[in-house]
Write a protein that binds this ligand. Structure first.
Ligand code: GLP
Length: 242
């Protein structure tokens, strides 16, 4: 793991966008991005979009795979991750919407939808760089504590803590879905490179457990210690317990 501690969130975004850009330069315009929702990577996407607009990064043939999706939200719901990814990733980065995939949280056959998602990632040649945030309880994607360290895309139940954390995006806690589909920890580890961003004191415990704790299902992010090319970019507040 490479740990980069930055003075503030803007620098976190700049460094992380540069890390993604380097992969794009190396792989070429048909790079396969793994993209996360949440507030943590928003500034990274902004900075990457600026590099695209300036002609410094070419994503003309790029594909993207989202980490996760809520189960049961109606199509077009503004907080479905399909919509969030469209607003924060597909449009700003100018990606072809046909090449941006999100797990199908509305599928009748959830198990089949998860298998299809894994196959789609494999058919695209695998993820070149996976962008990640981390939950306050150490989750990555929606792999909550106790997730199998070798899990693949599947349905999971959200913890009360994660539902409470995400209630800010909904009118009330009751409206936050109880289930989600998420790439597994094994799926995430298959990416050639990983860059995880975290900002703020609320992430300090999770960052410390991820970086300095044992590799353990009680902090799913700690599995990144086993990845050959994982870069963790944090601000000083998120690094304060290291
Ligand atoms: C969400 C997402 C994760 C995200 C995390 C942190 O529930 N499923 O992919 O990394 O929680 O979110 P935020 O960046 O808003 O703190």
């Amino acid at each position: 793991m490479e740990i980069i501690i930055c003075p503030d969130g803007d620098e976190v975004a700049r460094v992380a966008a540069e890390t993604v850009a380097q992969v794009c330069w190396r792989v070429g315009p048909d790079v396969v991005l793994g993209v996360a929702t949440g507030s943590s990577p928003l500034a990274l996407y902004r900075d990457l979009a600026a590099l695209v607009s300036a002609g410094k990064v070419d994503l003309s043939g790029a594909s993207a795979f989202a980490l996760d999706e809520y189960v049961g939200l109606p199509e077009g719901h503004p907080e479905s991750y399909a919509e969030v990814i469209r607003r924060t990733v597909t449009e700003p980065l100018g990606l072809d919407p046909a090449r941006v995939r999100v797990p199908d949280g509305r599928a009748d056959d959830i198990e089949e939808a998860c298998e299809r998602y894994e196959l789609a990632i494999r058919d695209a040649g695998g993820v070149d760089i996976q962008i990640l945030g981390i939950g306050a309880n150490g989750h990555i994607g929606f792999n909550e504590p106790s997730s199998s360290l070798s899990s693949r895309t599947r349905i999971k139940t959200l913890t009360p803590k994660t539902r409470a954390d995400n209630a800010r995006f909904f009118d009330s806690l009751d409206q936050v879905p109880v289930h989600c589909l998420t790439q597994g920890l094994g799926t995430i580890l298959d990416a050639d490179e990983v860059v995880l961003v975290a900002q703020g004191a609320s992430k300090a415990d999770a960052v410390a457990a991820m970086v300095e704790g044992p590799v353990s299902a009680s902090c799913p992010g700690s599995i990144l210690q086993t990845h050959q090319y994982a870069t963790i970019v944090v601000d000083e507040a998120a690094a304060s317990k290291l």
